[in-house]
Design a binder for this molecule. Structure first.
Ligand SMILES: Nc1ncnc2c1ncn2[C@@H]1O[C@H](COP(=O)(O)OP(=O)(O)OP(=O)(O)O)[C@@H](O)[C@H]1O
Length: 247
């Protein structure tokens, strides 16, 4: 058990809870977070990243609870977050942007600068360190976002729809990268794309209207697909059996 969300409640409007007393544990490895639009996936990832404070409940990483300035800083270095939009920082070259991300997480300038080059290498952007973020494609920008989490040695990286809007080739590049990085880093990835699920992920969590109707290994998830489901669409068919639709 690595990243735990315990009895978390949160709503954007008074009296309307997106998550209500939700408890969930993400295991080591790659977990895909599925659910319909408005299910609360981004909210859950935001809480796990400590970008959103729940009204009640807490998160923890290997028992580390981010409930003080010091523990929050430590937690945020270990838990990276890739929000839906990775924004290039105006005027910064890629290595500078990655180093800046490390510095924001509390690394010294020197350590962040030194760690930025290998982080860019790991995501396949090593040769582009002199470019600025504005010169990158959508897929390269997502990879830059991952480098920004690797630079400070995140053990878990939370990603919110990282492949949305990417063409099939870039999706493939991204999938291969996650496969490689998963040797050393755990991932929780929210997505609406169910194809190729078994190739990338170890576990599935489904969130629907703030509750979790399924959590378990990919094989157990696919086994719940109806017997008449087409072989290439098992994940889609299994998913359809759990969700009630848009909120
Ligand atoms: N900043 C906000 N202010 C008010 N309501 C919000 C805000 N962000 C999200 N919501 C609402 O909270 C609910 C959960 O949204 P959230 O973005 O967490 O869902 P999601 O599962 O990530 O959806 P999607 O798959 O469409 O990205 C939705 O009803 C949404 O309209």
């Amino acid at each position: 058990m690595i990243l735990e969300v315990s009895r978390c409640t949160f709503g954007y409007r008074r009296g309307v809870h997106v998550l209500d007393n939700l408890s969930l544990a993400f295991e080591r490895g790659c977990t895909v977070l599925l659910g319909p639009n408005g299910a609360g996936k981004s909210t859950l990832l935001g809480i796990a990243a400590t970008a959103i404070n729940p009204v009640s409940g807490q998160v923890s990483l290997h028992g580390l609870i981010p409930d003080s300035a010091k523990s929050r800083k430590k937690y945020r270095r270990r838990v990276g977050w890739l929000p839906q939009q990775v924004r290039p920082v105006a005027g910064l070259k890629l290595r500078e942007q990655v180093a800046y991300a490390g510095w924001l997480k509390g690394m010294s300038r020197r350590a962040a600068w030194d760690a930025a080059a290998p982080a860019l290498d790991r995501v396949g952007l090593g040769g582009l360190g002199e470019r600025t973020g504005r010169q990158l494609s959508g897929g390269q920008l997502r990879r830059l976002g991952i480098a920004q989490t690797l630079v400070h040695g995140a053990r878990v990286v939370l990603m919110d729809e990282p492949t949305a809007g990417l063409d099939p080739h870039q999706r493939g590049v991204f999938r291969d990268l996650i496969g490689e990085l998963a040797q050393t880093t755990s991932f929780v990835v929210s997505t609406h794309q169910t194809e190729d699920l078994a190739e990338i992920f170890d576990a599935v969590v489904i969130l629907d209207q703030g509750v979790v109707p399924f959590q378990g290994p990919v094989s157990a998830f696919l086994a719940t697909a109806p017997a008449n489901a087409a072989p290439g669409r098992l994940a889609e068919a299994a998913y359809a059996g759990y969700v009630r639709g848009e909120v």
